[in-house]
Write a protein that binds this ligand. Sequence first.
Ligand SMILES: Cc1cc2nc3c(=O)[nH]c(=O)nc-3n(C[C@H](O)[C@H](O)[C@H](O)COP(=O)(O)OP(=O)(O)OC[C@H]3O[C@@H](n4cnc5c(N)ncnc54)[C@H](O)[C@@H]3O)c2cc1C
Length: 372
Amino acid sequence: MEEKKVIIVGGGLAGLTAAIHLAQKRQKVTLFEKDDFPRHKVCGEYLSFEIKPYFDRLKIPLEDLQPKKITKLLYSSASGSSLEVNLPLGAYGVSRYALDHLLYKKAAEEGVELIQEKVTEINFLEKHFKVTTSKNEYTADYVLGSFGKRSVLDKNLNRDFFQKTAPWVAVKNHYRLKDFPDDLVGLHNFKGGYCGLSNTESGNINMCYLATYESFKDHRDPEKFNEKVLRKNPFLDNFLAEATPVFEQPLTIAQICFDKKEAVKDHVLMLGDAAGLIHPLCGNGMAIAIHSAKIASEELLKHFENQTSREEMEFAYKKRWQKIFSRRFNTANWLQQILLRDRLAEISQTVISIVPFLLPKIIKQTHGSPIL
Ligand SMILES: Cc1cc2nc3c(=O)[nH]c(=O)nc-3n(C[C@H](O)[C@H](O)[C@H](O)COP(=O)(O)OP(=O)(O)OC[C@H]3O[C@@H](n4cnc5c(N)ncnc54)[C@H](O)[C@@H]3O)c2cc1C
């Protein structure tokens, strides 16, 4: 059995950021990722500017990718009534293909041990962990769980949310369309869900939508769903009439749920979506993943300097997670409830068009401040 100090399970934004942070503080880190790089992932690809100061500190050269700078939001209801507002903070338009790969290369450069193996089990045995992968067995003093929204590991760790229904599906494709603005993110409602549209560093426009399984199941095929459901919204109709898909087949994921999760389970510090997935309409999940990596890394480093016991370190991480993210999750929950009820969505849109400064205030509630 190979012995490791810190094992990070999952090389998405949360896992790779924590790996870079810890490695820069001269910690030996091993990260397991089951898939290879680069690859596309289902995501709205709207990365809140709040991550900028933290990425600058970690010397992650995000600007090298030449991401788009998004400063405006265009929102439309299912019937097509719309309004446009300036975003309080703004965001990068950057593909996960480029972003995750950038972090992967940075982690390698910082000396993180990157192993492409699927972790199948994590067990805490009194003082250390046994981590089993598809190929090997390892021991570790500390484990960070950054394996995303749903994994076989959640089942093995007996997490409550895994038993519940996961009633959402998501679909993503990139499109080519001349003259699509660089600085605009569209959030367009349709019956049973909503769809984000925004430009990326490559000039391809990302279209990513979330729909209830209930509304999707009658059509199943994304092509048919686009035709029969999305195109009822005039904005999406125009877009789909003019844009050309880049991928032959869209990427789809199912079994998405937004139930509460634990920030620490069986001594594993959970990061990113493994600690909780926020409704994507807030466009904040990536920043939360990155921010959670920062807090976990800081608490671990304090523990390594003998400032806290393992128990105190876990408690401090849980407490900071709650304090920083709970409000955003709560606001996102009620916003989601409103957007998915056609009538309520229309009423709130009328209210906002009368009092337009309300929308930036609501958006602010779902986002954080720049991560210092
Ligand atoms: C439809 C949709 C649209 C979204 N749009 C946006 C948006 O526009 N802006 C935004 O900020 N957020 C958005 N989000 C949320 C955002 O995608 C996530 O919050 C973010 O990806 C979380 O990062 P993560 O590192 O926690 O997980 P991930 O990026 O999912 O990474 C998890 C990694 O763990 C690996 N893994 C899993 N299991 C194992 C295992 N057993 N062994 C080894 N490796 C494993 C996976 O392969 C993966 O690479 C969206 C989410 C959805 C569903």
